[in-house]
Design a protein around this ligand. Structure first.
Ligand code: PLP
Length: 376
C-alpha cells in the first residue's frame, strides 16, 4: 500500500439515479388512485410515448427487463440455426440465444472499441446463419453500416444489444434505428432505469402487435380468451414505468455530469504508460455509461486482476467487465476452434472504473492517484 489513504466510504462502480422521494410518493398516489398496477396502464403508455421521442425511434415496446426483451426479439424474427455474435459481452446476450435454441457462432472483436469485428463476420456465415447479433459495448456503436451491408448481401437479420446505449446517437440518428431490432436495458445500473426493465426499438411497425402478444402470454388482442402464440410474461408494471417517467427527467443531467467526470479521468490517466482507454469517435454522441480501460500487464507493476484486488483495499470497487468471455462459460461446449485472439487479450486487461454523477472531481482524481501508484 502507498501513503494514499483509502476512501472512508466504499466507492462502487455505479450508484443508481434516484428521483426525489416526494415525486415518487406522488406517482404512487396517482397509481393507487387509478387502481391499475400493471397490464399496460397509463404510466406504461406515457413512458412508451416519451421514450419513443427521447430515443428518436419510430417504434418502441417496453418489457420487464432487457434479457426477456432480447429473447422475445429473437422469437419475433423467427430466427433458426446459427447467430453470429461476440464473446465479449454480458451473459444475457448469449444465454438468450440458448433460451431460443439458437447456436452462437463467436466472432472476434476490435481492439479499439471492443465491438464485433465487422471484417471477420463474413467468414463465419454459412447456409445455417439466420442473424448477426452485435453488442454496442460500453455505449460504442458497432460498425452498423458495414453490418447492414453484410446482412443485406446474405439475407440475414441484424439485432443489436444496445443495453449500454441509452441516448447514444450515431450520425444524428438514435442508435435504436439501426438493425432490425435493438434491445435497451433499463436495469438500475443503467444511465436511465426503471429499476428493472427494458425495451425493443424497431423500424418495422408490423412487429408491434407480435411483440405485444409475445410479452403478454400470447393473448390475442381481438378475442380475450384466445392464445395465439407461445408467449411469456414480459410486461413492465406501472410502478416501474412511473419510476422511468421520473428518471427520464434526470437523464440529461446525469449524462452531462458523467461526461465531465470522464474528462477528469482522461486528463489524469492520459499519459500513463500501461493504461489505455478508447478514443471517442466522430459522428457519435456518447452517454458515458461506463469508463473502461485496459491495463497492459507487460508495462504495469500489477496486472489487471491484482489491480482489481488492490483497489478494494482502498475502498474502490471496480468491475472486470466483461470477464470471462462467453466461450469460457462452463456450459458452453466449444465444438470448433475459435480464433478470438483480440477478445482473449482484452478480457484479461479490461477494468471498468467507478462512474456516476454523485462522484466529485476530487474522488476521480484520488482514484487516478491510487491507480497510478499500482501501475507505476
Ligand atoms: C450488454 C448487456 N446485455 C444484456 C443485459 C441484460 O439486461 P437486463 O439486466 O435488463 O436483463 C445487460 C445488463 O446489464 C448488458 O450489460
Amino acid at each position: 500500500m502507498t501513503k494514499i489513504k483509502p476512501f472512508k466510504e466504499p466507492i462502487y462502480i455505479i450508484r443508481p439515479v434516484l428521483a426525489p422521494l416526494i415525486q415518487v410518493y406522488k406517482k404512487i398516489d396517482e397509481i393507487w388512485e387509478s387502481k391499475w398496477l400493471t397490464n399496460h396502464g397509463n404510466q406504461h403508455k406515457a413512458l412508451e410515448t416519451e421514450l419513443t421521442k427521447y430515443l428518436n425511434v419510430d417504434n418502441l415496446t417496453l418489457f420487464c427487463n432487457g434479457t426477456i426483451a432480447l429473447e422475445i426479439a429473437l422469437q419475433a424474427l423467427e430466427l433458426k440455426g446459427e447467430v453470429i455474435t461476440t464473446p465479449f459481452t454480458f451473459p444475457a446476450t448469449v444465454t438468450s440465444l440458448f433460451q431460443k435454441n439458437l447456436k452462437p457462432i463467436f466472432c472476434d472483436i476490435n481492439p479499439d472499441d471492443f465491438n464485433i469485428n465487422s471484417d471477420a463476420i463474413e467468414d463465419l456465415i454459412t447456409p445455417n446463419t439466420s442473424a448477426i447479433l452485435g453488442v454496442h459495448v460500453f455505449g460504442n456503436p458497432c460498425d452498423v453500416e458495414k453490418i447492414e451491408k453484410i446482412a443485406k448481401n446474405y439475407q440475414v437479420k441484424v439485432i443489436y444489444d444496445a443495453a449500454h446505449c441509452f441516448g447514444v446517437n450515431f450520425k444524428n440518428k438514435g442508435i435504436g434505428n439501426y438493425g432490425d431490432i435493438s434491445m435497451f436495458s433499463f436495469h438500475a445500473t443503467k444511465i436511465f432505469h426503471t429499476i428493472e426493465g427494458g425495451a425493443l426499438t424497431y423500424n418495422n411497425s408490423e412487429l408491434k402487435e407480435l411483440l405485444y402478444l409475445l410479452k403478454n402470454f400470447g393473448y390475442g388482442t381481438k378475442d380475450e380468451y384466445e392464445i395465439l402464440l407461445p408467449g411469456t410474461n414480459g410486461k413492465l408494471n406501472e410502478l416501474q414505468a412511473a419510476i422511468g417517467l421520473l428518471n427520464l427527467q434526470l437523464v440529461e443531467d446525469e449524462i452531462k455530469k458523467r461526461k465531465h467526470l470522464t474528462q477528469v479521468y482522461r486528463e489524469n490517466l492520459e499519459n500513463v504508460d500501461g493504461l489505455k482507454f478508447n478514443v471517442e469517435k466522430q459522428n457519435v454522441m456518447y452517454n458515458y455509461q461506463y469508463f473502461p480501460l485496459l491495463i497492459d500487464e507487460k508495462k504495469s507493476r500489477n496486472n489487471r486482476d491484482k489491480v482489481y484486488d488492490l483497489l478494494k483495499k482502498y475502498n474502490v470497487f471496480t468491475r472486470k467487465y466483461f470477464y470471462p468471455l462467453c466461450t469460457d462459460y462452463l456450459f458452453f461446449k466449444k465444438d470448433r476452434d475459435y480464433q478470438l485472439p483480440i477478445a482473449e487479450k482484452i478480457t484479461t486487461q479490461i477494468l471498468c472504473l467507478p462512474l456516476y454523477s454523485g462522484l466529485k472531481d476530487q474522488d476521480i482524481i484520488k482514484i487516478c492517484e491510487i491507480l497510478i501508484s499500482l501501475i507505476k
